[in-house]
Structure formats: structure tokens, C-alpha cells
Design a protein around this ligand. Structure first.
Ligand SMILES: [Zn+2]
Length: 107
């Protein structure tokens, strides 16, 4: 709170009104931007959920899957995901690091 208060030049009997106004507007603008980004991500996620629900109930095309490179279970393809689960992604990352270290050391 101290850092916030330091932003405002003190004026007779309180804070500089314009400073406070500007601060509030800037904060509100930053929050609006953040909110818009979150809203967009939510909409993408909801769209994805609807697609998968349609697929599960047999009304939509089956989602494209491929075997998880770690455990072999079918994993959904959606561009970003490469593994079936967070655990497999971590396992794969560990493996990559190990390979990298091995090559680096010349084993
Ligand atoms: Zn897996």
C-alpha cells in the first residue's frame, strides 16, 4: 500500500486529484485487458469442451488422437498437447534433459 501512496503527490488536505484519477484509470485499463484475454481463453476452452462432448456423445466427429510417446495411450491432439497427461509431459522432459546431458558429456 505504501508504494501506491507514494505515486500520489500530496496536495493540500489529501492527494492530488489528477494523480489518483490517472492511477485508477490505468489500473482499470490493465484489468480490462487482462479480463479480455482471460475471456478469450475461456471461450476457446468452452469451444473445445463442446467439441469433445459432441464427440463423446457420438454426435460429432471423433477427436483425432495419437499414441502418447511416453505411455502409448491415445492422447488428444490439439496443437499444443503432445502427451496424454501432465505426468507424461514431465517424464518426457526429464528424458530430454537426460539425453542432452549425455550428449554434452559425450557418453
Ligand atoms: Zn502418456
Amino acid at each position: 500500500m505504501d508504494t501506491v501512496i507514494q505515486k500520489f503527490r500530496s496536495a493540500l488536505g489529501g492527494f492530488n486529484r489528477q494523480d489518483v484519477q490517472t492511477y485508477i484509470e490505468e489500473t482499470a485499463a490493465a484489468h480490462r485487458k487482462e479480463l479480455a484475454q482471460l475471456q478469450e481463453r475461456l471461450e476457446q476452452a468452452e469451444g473445445r469442451t463442446a467439441e469433445l462432448e459432441a464427440a463423446l456423445s457420438g454426435q460429432g466427429p471423433a477427436p483425432e488422437t495419437r499414441p502418447c510417446p511416453v505411455c502409448g495411450r491415445p492422447a488428444l491432439l490439439d496443437g499444443r498437447r503432445r502427451y496424454c497427461s501432465e505426468a507424461c509431459a514431465r517424464a518426457a522432459l526429464r528424458e530430454q534433459k537426460r539425453d542432452y546431458m549425455r550428449k554434452k558429456r559425450g557418453w
